[in-house]
Design a binder for this molecule. Structure first.
Ligand code: C2E
Ligand code: SIN
Ligand code: SIN
Ligand code: FE
Length: 532
């Protein structure tokens, strides 16, 4: 037991010596100069957890408030109740908690009138931590009260610090996770950069401002004239530079370090800034610039190195998933073509379906990412037709009720084909295949879902499918004139179709027409190549 106690003491002493930490700031607010004197004397030469006390004096509530507005590092206030007014002390306490929203500073009330305690409710409301008559404030009692309250302040600050670290970490991590699951658009790279920055800030840098930049055009970018630096994400004063190309001039201060980082392919720790170097085998060079002194201990530097390596891998994965989903999309188009070509009259149908779905999704307010997935998946809506016999599928006239039953199974079959797939596009394809013949009023098939029980993607593709089927020839029907097609769509609003989807359709009708032109039936089937 002695042994343990000794160790504990040694640790404590060592910890105290090692820490060259700021003092505990104690604000004494009292209109009687004597009280300041006595307090200073009583608290002279005290330290707590290796940190000395710094006594700050103010003589009115108003003066104290000025100090508190200017600094947020006051740990404890020894507060007189009656000063320039009867309630100056309590008013100050209320202002601190309610107006300044300072909930961390500890408050010990001191009153010259023993026995006149403020109401319990006031003490609770303003989080007043102790209450003493001035006559009670012997050196011992003051000492005990102050140390006890500083201890609770220290606990609060530790918790606050951990909480803010945790929040920042979690936010940063969330962004990285979000980014690694958002694939298609440049925006996801921006999100990614933001996540990286927030992570590092949470880990290491609290005060400094930072920029996360991408160096385009290879490793001589900064020394040559043709290189470009694009700011992916920035904090504080650098924020306006977000998304901008940055002249080399604007980074002049960091130029040598940046060159060095790029030359050595290594992060640079300079006295008044830090340049983090991230490079993935196939991506561009990414730099993290921290503006301001960065004091890094050895564990910190290895942490950064580790973090940089992870970032490179994450970035690589991000680029890779771009590629994977590109591949998926290509495969899906080819797959859809194979499926559709079993029924020869639906040449460009799937391309139009994809584009219509995109237009409707965007008009309905879906994000680029969601709309992209719907677009990529919609060509598979009729994949279940692979299982429908040719005699039914390509029958040149109306179907008998038995044939119709067989035909209708394509929705369920399509769903079965994709339902266990892992890629998001195929999961979406399963849902669309399942739901594209559902109707808003519940009269569709195979499940007879009603209204919003049908996924938005299902409702979108349902309309796109019928619009395209009516507009073009099928083995069992002629194309309808556009006015009649539009009239049918309008008539179906609220019964067959979601009214919101119909409205969206008419809002983007010019673009719909344009897609119809671009992928007209007399043109050869095209691959997804909107640029041409
Ligand atoms: P599809 O030809 O791609 O048609 C898709 C949807 O467009 C149809 O879903 C239906 O909602 C709408 N549609 C197509 N043509 C007409 C039409 O002349 N009048 C009206 N009011 N709506 C039309 P639906 O009915 O569930 O049919 C699903 C699929 O079943 C069709 O896909 C087609 O492959 C097949 N099918 C439907 N009716 C016949 C038919 O009479 N003969 C043949 N051979 N196949 C048919
Ligand atoms: C207090 O409010 O006085 C104590 C709260 C704490 O220590 O967490
Ligand atoms: C999506 O969220 O990507 C489409 C909306 C839906 O299917 O509900
Ligand atoms: Fe279908």
């Amino acid at each position: 037991m002695d042994q343990n106690e000794d160790d504990w003491l040694k640790d404590d002493v060592a910890g105290a010596e090692q820490a060259k930490q700021p003092p505990w700031n104690v604000l004494v607010v009292d209109d009687e100069p004597d009280i300041h004197q006595v307090t200073k004397l009583a608290l002279a030469n005290i330290d707590f957890l290796g940190r000395p006390l710094n006594i700050i004096s103010s003589y009115t509530g108003a003066e104290a408030l000025d100090i508190l507005r200017q600094r947020n590092d006051i740990a404890l206030i020894l507060l007189d109740v009656v000063m320039e007014s009867e309630n100056a002390g309590l008013d100050l306490a209320r202002t601190i908690r309610e107006e300044l929203q300072n909930h961390t500073v500890r408050i010990i009330l001191r009153t010259g009138q023993p026995g006149v305690a403020p109401e319990r409710q006031v003490i609770e409301t303003y989080d007043i931590n102790d209450y003493k008559a001035k006559t009670e404030l012997t050196r011992d009692k003051l000492f005990t009260a102050v140390l006890g309250t500083l201890r609770s302040y220290n606990d609060i600050m530790t918790i606050e610090h951990q909480r803010s670290m945790l929040d920042a970490n979690r936010r940063g991590l969330l962004k990285v996770i979000e980014a690694s699951s958002t694939i298609f658009r440049q925006q996801s790279l921006l999100q990614f950069a933001q996540g990286v920055l927030e992570q590092l800030q949470a880990l290491l840098f609290f005060e400094q401002e930072a920029l996360y930049v991408v160096v385009q055009g290879g490793l001589t970018a900064l020394t040559g004239h043709d290189g470009e630096i694009k700011v992916m994400y920035a904090t504080g004063g650098y924020q306006p530079l977000c998304g901008q190309d940055l002249d080399n001039g604007e980074l002049e201060r960091f130029k040598d370090s940046i060159d060095q980082a790029i030359g050595q392919e290594h992060s640079i720790y300079a006295p008044d800034h830090f340049i983090g170097f991230f490079k993935s085998p196939h991506g561009p060079v990414n730099l993290l610039i921290i503006d301001g002194p960065v004091a890094l201990s050895h564990p910190d530097t290895s942490l950064i190195e580790l973090f940089c390596r992870n970032v490179s891998i994450a970035y690589e994965n991000l680029m890779l998933s771009h590629e994977i989903e590109d591949t998926q999309r290509t495969i899906i188009y080819q797959l859809s073509e194979v499926i559709e070509h079993r029924s020869p009259d639906t040449g460009n149908h799937i391309h139009r379906m994809a584009e219509f779905s995109w237009l409707l999704a965007k008009a309905l307010g879906l994000s680029d990412e969601e709309a992209t997935i719907v677009r990529a998946a919609s060509p598979l809506h009729d994949a279940g037709k692979v299982a429908i016999p040719d005699v039914v599928l390509n029958k040149p006239g109306p179907l008998t009720p038995e044939e119709r039953k067989i035909m209708d199974r394509h929705a369920e079959i399509g769903y079965q084909i994709f339902k266990d797939a892992r890629p998001r596009i195929l999961k979406m394809a399963a849902m669309i295949a399942h739901e594209h013949h559902e109707q808003w009023n519940g009269h569709g098939y195979p499940q007879g879902l009603v209204g919003e029980a049908i996924s938005l993607a299902g409702r979108i593709v349902a309309l796109a499918d019928v619009y395209d089927a009516l507009s073009h020839a099928r083995c069992y029907k002629k194309p309808w004139p556009q006015e009649e097609v539009l009239a049918a769509i309008r008539a179906g609003s609220g019964s067959q179709f979601d009214p919101a989807v119909v409205e969206a359709f008419f809002n983007v009708l010019p673009q719909i027409d344009e897609v119809r032109e671009r992928f007209a039936e007399n043109k050869p089937p095209q691959m997804d190549n909107p640029g041409q």
